[in-house]
Design a binder for this molecule. Structure first.
Ligand code: 5RP
Length: 258
């Protein structure tokens, strides 16, 4: 792995603790102005000091985030689908790698939809972005999106995560599930866990706690932070779990303090 790739990865995953709190706000590329992201820049700005990385789209970066931030950017480079479309798996590459370089991103992120109608295109797109990333020293985060007919169980998520890793992804984003340790053990690259749809804050903190204690390097969490009644409290609480191994009880107290 070349110096540049290592340097970019070390901005995202702490090279000492091997942990990461990634704030995901890329949802607009298929959900539009989802709750909490109506004014993305305003939502994100106060949270940046507690995020190790920020995952978002090219448009959100340019219109909602100041160019002088110190937080590394994970750029969503796939899309072409929508929540009202025929099939969420119908995604393609939507950002030219040269523009990712111009935007000085620390990683590129793309979804694969294993088991869906567009499985082949999304997995081959992952390989294409990885090839581009290798050319310029930019790591790739593979998002194991779950097609509508798929079940988020360890068997499916370890299949999808391992496929992403075999194709050469540097980080895999997947979901927490029963027997999550199996997903981690069969994936040779670091895993970050998505929070998924909004759930009660204590449950989201349990999800983060279980994820890192069963081998994930951290979280790439969005809705359970920016749709919380206290996004600041939640990101601080998640950070305490991921970086200080705080208990859920202690983290929940941090969330309540805001
Ligand atoms: C869908 C994504 C999100 O980045 C991912 O799901 C994390 O966000 P959340 O915690 O809200 O699920 O890949 O756009």
């Amino acid at each position: 792995m070349d110096w540049g790739m290592k340097n970019r990865l070390s901005r995202i995953i702490n090279p000492v603790t091997k942990r990461c709190v990634m704030l995901a706000v890329d949802h607009g590329y298929f959900l539009g102005p989802t709750s909490g992201l109506e004014n993305l820049g305003k939502t994100v700005k106060p949270l940046l000091g507690h995020a190790d990385a920020l995952m978002l789209t090219r448009g959100a970066l340019r219109t909602g985030v100041s160019a002088d931030i110190k937080v590394p950017i994970v750029l969503r480079v796939s899309g072409g689908n929508s929540v009202v479309g025929d099939d969420l798996s119908n995604e393609d590459i939507t950002v030219n790698t040269e523009d990712a370089i111009r935007l000085n991103v620390s990683a590129m992120a793309l979804s694969i939809y294993v088991g869906s109608q567009y499985e082949n295109r999304t997995v081959v797109n992952l390989a294409k972005i990885i090839d581009q990333g290798e050319k310029y020293g930019i790591p790739v985060l593979a998002v194991t999106a779950v097609g509508k007919n798929m079940v988020r169980d360890a068997r499916y998520l370890s299949l999808a995560s391992r496929i992403a890793a075999e194709l050469g992804a540097h980080i895999v984003k997947t979901y927490y599930c029963k027997n999550f340790r199996k997903v981690v053990k069969t994936c040779p690259v670091p895993i970050v866990v998505a929070g998924g749809k909004k759930i009660p804050e204590k449950d989201a903190l349990k999800l983060a706690y279980n994820s890192v204690n069963e081998g994930a390097c951290g979280v790439d969490m969005g809705r359970n932070i920016f749709q919380s009644d206290s996004p600041m409290g939640m990101i601080k609480a998640v950070r305490a779990i991921v970086h200080e191994n705080a208990s859920v009880k202690k983290a929940y107290q941090i969330y309540k303090r805001g």
